[in-house]
Design a protein around this ligand. Sequence first.
Ligand SMILES: Nc1ncnc2c1ncn2[C@@H]1O[C@H](COP(=O)(O)OP(=O)(O)O)[C@@H](O)[C@H]1O
Ligand SMILES: [Mg+2]
Length: 501
Amino acid sequence: MATQTDKEQTVNVIERLLKTDIGGFLYQQQIGSLHGRIFRSMQGLIRILKLTFLEFMPIFFTAIAAIIIAFLQKPLLASVMILVIPTGLFLIVKQISSQKGIRVALLRGKERVDGKVVEMLGGIETIRVLNTAPFEVNKVEAIAESQRRIEMRHHVYMALFDATKYLNEAFFYIIVIVLSIYLASQGVISRGDILVYSILFLSITNPLREIHKILDQAHESSIQVNDLYNLLNQPLDVSFNKNGLNLRIRSGIKQPVISAKNLYFSYADKEGILKNISLQIKRGEHIGIVGVSGCGKTTFIHILLKLVHGNKGEMYLFNEKLQDISRETIAEKIAYVPQKPFIFSGTIKANILYGCHREISEDELIEGAKNARILGEIQGALGGFSGRVTENGNNLSGGQRQRLAIARVMLQSPELIIFDEATSALDNTNEAIIQQNIERVFKGKTIISIAHRLTTLKSADRILVFDAGKIIQEGNFDSLSKTKGLFQDFLLQRNKVEAKK
Ligand SMILES: Nc1ncnc2c1ncn2[C@@H]1O[C@H](COP(=O)(O)OP(=O)(O)O)[C@@H](O)[C@H]1O
Ligand SMILES: [Mg+2]
């Protein structure tokens, strides 16, 4: 039963986490901390199950049996003896409630270490180059030291409570012995009975002590189970919300592909990221977006992909309200290459086919890789389509990671294709050829490219110039280069830089 529960709950928690609000709960956690919490909380659940069925139940019935035997044999003394139970329970309740805060703090401390370690491993190259290992070790040590202090305090409390529990038992033991000696001296019971009472008393206190121990451990686990409960009850991201219409658009895409009216957006901790954006994008248009770093380009795309929520104003996708569009439709109709593509440990082939729901022939796979200009490397140094990719694609170059992600979208059949600085790590030649391939493969489809280099936008039908969350200019490359404004400034700056070279 425990293993089955373990499996089920692991699956449930992971499923839930993959569907929670990205900007809310998930981004506020460190990955390592979350991982630590998931698996510790699972252990807590398993432990509580084992404690209940394998330890508590048998010992509980032993204790009940001991009490019944005591009552059957010596009712008078038994009623004195069992007074040890409420006082003992009172102490354990006190112990548990006083330790709750400490136990939660210890768990959170462990998660801080987990989070720190995973974060550090992700930055190992920088740590090595900056030689900041001692600094990082100090940080972990500081957390470990504060953990040690809390743990020490915990042990002191536990020892005190244990001592009190023993005193409680001893107190009643003495009462039982004194009482039985008195009764023996009065001739009510025989002298041999003194020993019987003593044994009876111990037959109650031994299981009681075990029960205390189990309750204490169960309490520790219950805090973890509470964490598990909280993880399982994280609210679903609103894009999974069944209250929306959840429109699944299969065919017959309605125009305009994208339409926004007076769109405003703020992050919880940052105001005015997008301001009064109004635009329409028709089917088949090739739109370029430019603007300085941090002006809100990616945020606009994230709103469109329903990754972030809470925008004011109206946003339509395929002429339906964005909030009514299902995740399935977004997955089927939009292909997206993010700034930092998701490359995972596995084969090259698995990475390219990721998210593709139809059968892909060998020829198509080769064609996709070729269009993304990575076929040569795959067939060469990368060891073929079954070549290994390590976590985050760490054994690949930045450009290879980007081209794998581009090969991935080449195999999809979307209506709308979005590139967010997707070729930033590529050389000009590769970038230009990939761009031509994209235009050929996705002929007639809507393409949005957030540009890293302005030259890539020469063939765009329309360029939107973003500045501080607003669209301040709009037009094609030629018209914008002839008009005074931010776009022309960008071009002039680039020309100056090139002239210096
Ligand atoms: N998840 C987030 N939470 C809070 N602020 C964010 C988040 N993502 C981006 N920002 C902020 O929003 C602004 C716009 O970011 P972004 O849309 O990524 O810019 P761009 O893609 O144009 O470089 C930046 O100031 C950035 O710091
Ligand atoms: Mg960006």
